[in-house]
Design a protein around this ligand. Structure first.
Ligand code: MF3
Ligand code: CO
Length: 248
């Protein structure tokens, strides 16, 4: 069941989203060779708490951290830890902010120091694919229109779209209906309606789309060891078109 949100509820999610966006802006300044993903995680947690919100991922199905920190071949759900970021790495920081019971979810990939042309291309195309998806998030379209726009562009740039993880509805729960694949045919799936709030969060790989999960039960990697990037926003479908809730 897709939960439709009122304007007031969307406004609350927007406030959570602003805190999240401000946190990403600070993280962008802190991503440097020698910094550990645990330091980034601790910064994010403190930032969220300082703004009167809580990190929703911490404790979610036993997940122990405020953020996911996914380096290089890690697709998503990497654990923050003692790993020191090094020149040439790419890292995706994903987090969910809870402000008075309403949630916002956003992930961003960052290059560390000087990155390869291949990594730069992956980041640029993944970010652009998110915005092409967002353009399709309009009342009257089908969910598949979002999915298709992302897949066509990503594949035209020689990248693959991860199948095993998708976007999702969000509100008072982190994961609500519908699930939002980043691949598939246009014109299919539920019709998008004013008041729906979803995440769009394409994960693109330089190699094949297949993933595998580590022994820890969380860390998802590309099977072929290729690089993976992800950009995610929380989007409200409104009478005035798509509204990005997770920007300043
Ligand atoms: N933020 C993620 C998403 O985009 C979910 C993270 S899983 C968690 O759907 F366990 F870390 F919370
Ligand atoms: Co997320």
């Amino acid at each position: 069941m897709i939960v439709i949100k009122t304007k007031e509820e969307i406004a609350r999610m927007r406030e959570a989203g602003k805190i999240l966006a401000a946190c990403h802006q600070e993280i962008a300044q802190r991503i440097k060779p020698g910094v550990t993903t645990q330091e980034i995680d601790q910064f994010a947690e403190q930032f969220i708490l300082k703004h009167g919100a809580t990190p929703e991922q911490k404790g979610y199905h036993g997940y122990q951290y405020a953020t996911c920190a996914s380096v290089n071949d890690v697709v998503c759900h990497g654990f923050p830890g003692k790993y020191e970021l090094k020149d040439g790495d790419i890292v995706t920081i994903d987090m969910v902010v809870n402000l008075n019971g309403w949630l916002a979810d956003s992930a961003w990939s960052y290059g560390v120091g000087n990155i390869s042309q291949q990594a730069r291309h992956l980041l640029d195309v993944t970010k652009k694919s998110l915005f092409l998806g967002i353009e399709q998030a309009v009342d009257g379209n089908r969910l598949g229109d979002i999915s298709h726009a992302i897949q066509v562009y990503a594949e035209s740039e020689g990248l693959s779209v991860v199948r095993d993880f998708t976007g999702h509805g969000i509100g008072q729960e982190m994961h609500e209906d519908p699930y939002v694949p980043h691949f598939g045919p246009a014109g299919k799936g539920p019709r998008l309606k004013e008041g729906m709030v979803i995440t769009i969060e394409p994960m693109l790989n330089t190699g094949k789309f297949h993933t595998k999960v580590d022994e820890d039960g969380w860390t998802a990697r590309t099977r072929d060891g290729s690089l993976s990037a992800q950009y995610e926003h929380t989007i409200a479908i409104t009478a005035d078109g798509p509204v990005i809730l997770t920007e300043l």
